[in-house]
Design a protein. Structure first.
Length: 145
């Protein structure tokens, strides 16, 4: 597949969706939806979306060997999403402050991708380091505003 489609489908579309999700998450919190209830509602949508995607993509097996990784990924997402809901609802955090700081998760992903999947082979270290520094500087700038 052309690199541009990979970036659009795997990068820009999720970024837009996550941005919208953060706005709806804040809206739910302002309406009194607690972090646990929010996670339960989101979980229902995840299950429905997952079953629909299995149907559309023609998936038939459940890939037992990959289940622990999928479950741990879900746990990480639940912890992060729950923490954001808690910060917004209980601590009064503005979503416009905390959402940009969560972008640091990309650095965690890059580092772990290098270590776990050896994705560093063939990567441009100078560009990666420069991008990482810009992400950290941006997060620090937003957090200090």
């Amino acid at each position: 597949m052309d690199r541009i489609w990979i970036i659009v489908i795997g990068g820009l579309l999720p970024a837009f969706a996550f941005g919208l999700a953060a706005i709806f998450q804040k809206g739910a919190a302002l309406s009194g939806v607690g972090p646990g209830t929010y996670l339960a509602y989101a979980g229902l949508v995840f299950v429905g979306g997952g079953l629909l995607m299995r149907l559309v993509l023609g998936e038939t097996g459940w890939a037992g060997a990959g289940a622990p990784s999928a479950l741990l990924g879900g746990l990480g997402f639940a912890i992060g999403t729950g923490a954001i809901s808690f910060a917004v609802l209980r601590l009064g955090a503005p979503i416009s402050l905390i959402a940009p700081v969560t972008v640091i998760s990309t650095l965690v992903t890059v580092v772990l991708g290098f270590v776990v999947f050896r994705e560093h082979e063939g990567a441009d270290a100078v560009r990666l380091l420069g991008g990482a520094l810009l992400v950290m500087a941006g997060a620090a700038l937003v957090a200090s505003s």
